[in-house]
Design a binder for this molecule. Structure first.
Ligand code: FES
Length: 172
């Protein structure tokens, strides 16, 4: 027969003591977790609002305007052929007539330069006459002519959205 367990053994710390000890350790941890989840929620809200505003802001770059002023007619003497590379256009003045011819090569889009006989493309050798008609090289079609108008202030305005028939000048 085995000995019965002694009832005089120390029972260890009372249960209440265990509970108090755990509670004391858990409260700061609970506070920390509550703070952490609160910070997470606030952080998510801030990130959400920020990304919504970033998303709503248009990221389109519109580039150069296709309608622009080039100066007064007297700035272009008769016989002038002034290439404006930043606008990809050449302003031509013949007597009292003004025109704007595209300097974008119709082959692969290089900028053509005025030459003795018209225009010359430096990339693959396309050549154009003074009206922009192809006279040599791989360019498939003539250079475009753009609408030129006189503003109320007396300045010339080129509208590259408005392509006109070759040989159409503005009288000034
Ligand atoms: S881009 Fe002008 S000839 Fe090719």
């Amino acid at each position: 027969m085995g000995a019965a367990p002694s009832t005089n053994e120390p029972a260890g710390p009372p249960a209440q003591q265990h509970g108090d000890h755990d509670t004391a350790r858990q409260i700061p941890r609970r506070n920390f977790l509550a703070w952490l989840s609160g910070a997470g929620v606030v952080g998510s809200l801030v990130a959400g609002v920020f990304s919504t505003f970033v998303f709503m802001k248009p990221r389109v770059t519109y580039g150069q305007p296709n309608r622009f002023l080039i100066g007064h007619p007297e700035e272009f003497p008769s016989g002038a052929r002034v290439a404006i590379d930043t606008k990809r256009v050449c302003i031509v003045r013949e007597g009292n007539k003004v025109a704007a011819i595209s300097t974008t090569c119709t082959h692969l889009g290089c900028i053509v330069a005025p030459s003795q006989t018209g225009f010359q493309c430096p990339c693959h050798g396309s050549q154009f006459d003074v009206d922009g008609n192809v006279t040599g090289g791989p360019a498939p079609k003539a250079l475009a002519w753009f609408q030129v108008s006189l503003t109320p202030s007396g300045e010339l305005e080129v509208d590259k959205d408005n392509e006109i028939q070759t040989g159409t000048y503005l009288s000034v």
